[in-house]
Design a protein around this ligand. Structure first.
Ligand code: ATP
Ligand code: MG
Length: 400
């Protein structure tokens, strides 16, 4: 396989490790994506060198997961995850391997990996090690477990959701035995930490082939084992026929909430253990959708949403209302906004108090500023000290 520039740069790292007498390979998703000519996420490296040796070889090393044999090596301003060849011991709690055991050969390391398409390694000359016909499965677009599906899914049920997310990302089919095993073991999903489920589910909804993924998602019927969805299976049934990929999980929650307003975003975020950041994003998108339903795309929506939400908002509008809003339209509106945030308003609370010395300080100040903000954003009022004061004089009774 011909190495792309990204891999050529990373070859230095392999070469350095080899110079110390150890083996090192590119491994997993990066090899798969190179073969698929897909954009490479991270370049992961597997090596026979133990983590302490890697720490000695390279000057910039971040020990991120020493107990699993993983360190990050910084080289030429790039980060590489370097993991010592290992096998996972018993997955007795089905969440985390009890312990890992370092091994000597890449063959053993590849065997522990989830799917044949992910169990590929490549040396720095571009030779591929493929013990489970992963290249053939890539050519045929098939997701198949390495070894017995039932055992591999029992070992770590998260792999069930991973299989779905790879079908959504790659548009691949699930091989029949793999699919049967997923169905047979699906109840074990309930034993996995929610944080791991959310990570994979977010990637699932972001996949370019999310409709293929959803076909299998429904077939495996995993909603029975996921919080909230198990009590409200119609949320998935009611999803639009044509899903559009959503890049953030906040957008996914906004979509699911829209399908069943009886379940609040607060509840989603709580039961799906989401960060506050994701929760706020979901709330902002939800408010924008409700506003859109009544007013269409106006300046208020664009003003309130962060620019990195625009494409998700556009996707949600298309799915829920079959309207076309584009990120570019939103960017253009954003450029024309007179202010970008409250801070840009030329008067503040102090100014208001000074302008109206007879009034005692109170909630009227905040209310007045909110109303001013809205009127300025909508272009009904210019962001100019005198104009604002004049406007307040005439309108204050309303916000009093
Ligand atoms: P992406 O491009 O989305 O990062 P990826 O294939 O690199 O895809 P990761 O979750 O980053 O996926 O995992 C890296 C590799 O580690 C996988 O390709 C696979 O070989 C292995 N792997 C990860 N999680 C598991 C798991 N739960 N069970 C077995 N192997 C796993
Ligand atoms: Mg990866």
């Amino acid at each position: 396989m011909l190495l792309t520039k990204q891999f050529q740069e990373a070859s230095d790292v392999l070469e350095q490790i080899e110079r110390y007498g150890y083996d090192a390979y590119f491994v997993g998703g990066c090899v798969r994506d190179l073969l698929l000519r897909r954009k490479i996420g991270d370049i992961d490296i597997a090596t026979s060198a133990p983590p302490d040796v890697i720490q000695q070889i390279f000057s910039k090393v971040i020990p991120v997961g020493l107990e699993h044999g993983t360190v990050i090596v910084r080289h030429n301003h790039q980060s590489y995850e370097v993991t010592t060849f290992r096998v996972d011991d018993d997955y007795s709690d089905q969440r985390h391997p009890d312990s890992v055991q370092f091994v000597q050969t890449i063959d053993q390391d590849l065997k522990r990996r989830d799917f044949t398409i992910n169990a590929l390694a490549m040396d720095r000359s571009g030779n591929i090690i493929d013990l489970f016909n992963g290249q053939e499965d890539i050519r045929n677009g098939i997701i198949r477990t390495v070894g017995n599906g039932y055992e591999r899914f029992m070992e770590d049920p998260l792999r069930i959701i991973r299989a779905l997310r790879f079908s959504s990302q790659l548009g691949f089919s699930l091989e029949e035995d793999t699919l049967d095993a997923m169905r047979a073991v699906s109840n074990e999903i309930e034993t996995i930490a929610m944080e791991r489920i959310v990570q994979e589910t977010a990637k699932f909804f972001a996949g370019s082939y999310v409709n293929t993924g959803m076909y299998y998602f429904k077939m495996v019927n995993i909603v029975k084992h996921l919080p909230i969805l198990q009590e409200h299976p119609h949320i998935i049934k009611r999803l639009p026929r044509e899903l559009i990929p959503l890049t953030s999980f906040g957008a996914v929650m906004a979509l699911l909430h829209f399908n069943e307003p009886g379940v609040t975003i607060q509840e989603w975020a709580g039961q799906w253990r989401c960060s506050n950041k994701i929760k706020y994003e979901a709330e902002a998108l939800n408010e924008a959708l409700v506003h859109y339903q009544h007013n269409g795309l106006d300046r208020c929506i664009v003003y309130r949403l962060y620019a990195d939400c625009y494409s998700d908002f556009a996707a949600l509008v298309k799915m829920l209302f079959d309207d076309t809003v584009t990120r570019d339209m939103m960017k253009q509106i954003n450029h024309s906004l007179p202010i970008q945030s409250k801070k840009d308003i030329v008067i503040n609370g102090m100014d208001l108090r000074r302008a109206f010395p007879d009034k005692t300080a109170g909630p009227w100040i905040g209310k007045a500023l909110n109303e001013i903000e809205k009127q300025v954003v909508l272009g009904h009022l210019s962001n100019d000290k005198n104009a604002l004061k004049e406007w307040i004089k005439w309108n204050l009774h309303e916000t009093d």
